[in-house]
Design a protein around this ligand. Structure first.
Ligand code: SAM
Length: 245
């Protein structure tokens, strides 16, 4: 699969998408899926759908930040159709996932691969993590995340070391400390295989506790086939863990 540079172009995103889909499903099926993506983008550009995308805006009103998918520009939305569309995590579900971890947060670093406008980074800051890191491929979403981090004020905030990095999740080097890794479908299958392979390598080099929260686990078989063990979840997310270290 061709690798995407830090500033992803539409051409490279489409080429990567096409290479993956045609290799898995064959030319005709990939061509049909490609037409489907363009059709979905056209439908998604209608005013009624734009209004629907603002359905996630309540968090922004409460915290005076910009994490809604409603204001994402057409180019990033189109890129998202071929990468993974930006959609922020719903707060109630996020807090349920974190509460169910049952860990001492102070020992862990929270990492969101595919962090978009950074909503999870802000929500994770309500827990006393050692630090919080987001990695986002699209520069515009990353810039908005940086603004959100600098604007965010909350009486419930417990972690103040929060950063958004602009880059490709597939090239992220995991820091050698205990981790909570959050994934909300940022990658196609080949990319997720690469990320989990990087994590397994990092765990062999530095055994330590790592939890993976996988929200909307469409590619769960990738984690199920890894050295991590399933430790719970619901139909909305799964939790995987490596307890070594
Ligand atoms: C479904 S959104 C999740 C946003 C955020 N994690 C949240 O839960 O609020 C997926 C994000 O992954 C980003 N993404 C797609 N491919 C990526 C890659 N290779 N590296 C980093 N981010 C990527 C997309 O731009 C999008 O912002």
């Amino acid at each position: 699969m061709p690798s995407l540079a830090t500033e992803p172009s539409l051409y490279r995103a489409v080429l990567a998408w096409w290479t993956e889909h045609s290799a898995r499903r064959g030319f005709l099926s990939a061509a049909r899926a490609f037409a489907g993506v363009l059709w979905e983008f056209a439908r998604d550009s209608r005013p009624a759908r734009r209004k629907q995308r603002f359905g996630d805006v309540e968090y922004d009103w409460d915290h005076r930040v910009d994490t809604t998918s409603g204001t994402v520009g057409w180019r990033d939305r189109l890129l998202g159709m071929f990468l993974s569309p930006y959609q922020p995590t719903e707060p109630a579900l996020f807090h349920e996932m974190l509460r169910n971890l049952n860990i001492d947060f102070c020992e862990f670093t929270f990492i969101d691969l595919g962090s978009g406008k950074g909503r999870t980074l802000l929500m994770a800051a309500d827990y006393p993590f050692r630090r919080i890191v987001g990695v986002e491929l699209l520069p515009e979403l990353h810039r908005i995340a940086q603004k959100n981090i600098s604007k965010y004020r909350s009486e419930s905030q417990k972690c103040f070391v929060v950063e958004s990095q602009c880059g490709d999740a597939r090239e992220f080097v995991f820091p050698p400390e205990p981790l909570v890794l959050y994934l909300f479908n940022p990658l196609p299958e080949s990319g997720l295989v690469q990320v989990i392979g990087n994590l397994e390598r990092s765990l062999r080099e530095n055994p330590r506790p790592v939890y993976v929260l996988y929200h909307n686990p469409l590619l769960e078989h990738v984690l199920a086939g890894s050295t991590l063990g399933r430790a719970g979840g619901t139909h909305q997310y799964t939790k995987y863990v490596n307890r070594s270290g």
